[in-house]
Design a protein around this ligand. Sequence first.
Ligand SMILES: NC(=O)c1ccc[n+]([C@@H]2O[C@H](COP(=O)([O-])OP(=O)(O)OC[C@H]3O[C@@H](n4cnc5c(N)ncnc54)[C@H](OP(=O)(O)O)[C@@H]3O)[C@@H](O)[C@H]2O)c1
Length: 208
Amino acid sequence: MSSNNRIGILGAGRAGTAIARAAARAGVDVQIASTRSPSQMRYHLLQYAPHAEAVYAPQIGTGVELVVLAVPQEDLDDVDPEWFNTRILVDATNRWEEEPLPEWFTAGLRSGLSSSEVIAQQFPNAQVVKALNHISHWAMDAPRSDDARAAAVSSDSPEAAQEVAELVRVLGFQPVVADSLSAGQHTEPGTTYFNVAATSEQLSQQLI
Ligand SMILES: NC(=O)c1ccc[n+]([C@@H]2O[C@H](COP(=O)([O-])OP(=O)(O)OC[C@H]3O[C@@H](n4cnc5c(N)ncnc54)[C@H](OP(=O)(O)O)[C@@H]3O)[C@@H](O)[C@H]2O)c1
């Protein structure tokens, strides 16, 4: 969790705005960016993330320690790694079989890396943590108090994972931490608990 209780979100679509709404409910400040200027986004945000502050995409890492990446993987060629001079990048993206990918992404996957490991290579300035990708925007907006609300947090950095686990908790989920970034591939589309409610125990077993 950012020390100044403020996070950035790159991508203001279904995932990005749902995370922004959940953060606002929890009292976390959000700056959000998309391909559009703050002015072009104003009516969209009024409806979908009224408490978020719109910024230009290159400014998404300014003044925050943690940025959530909520941009489709096919669009990542247009995301400049220099924007992620922030400490932690939360990879909330998913690998969809039918989605075309930038060449570097396909090459990374072919070499045997998970999609988050490829993203970590592309954004070397940040510690990458895979999280929030398997929670649908519907579930993000539907807080529940039972245990079937676990969310995976996978990273090669234990410190970064703990900070993201705190964010996940604040957003209303029970974090289940896996000690490798590659473990996040067990929460991608086609896996058992993708967009499916899971208990901490169920998710822990899935992440092994
Ligand atoms: N939908 C869900 O429930 C959900 C939940 C968790 C994770 N995810 C994952 O999150 C990713 C995004 O999904 P989504 O459903 O939110 O997609 P979406 O509704 O299509 O929104 C995509 C957002 O990314 C922005 N974007 C595209 N290229 C960009 C760039 N170069 N720089 C900055 N912003 C850019 C778009 O900007 P504009 O608005 O300007 O077009 C749009 O705001 C996917 O990998 C998805 O699998 C989705």
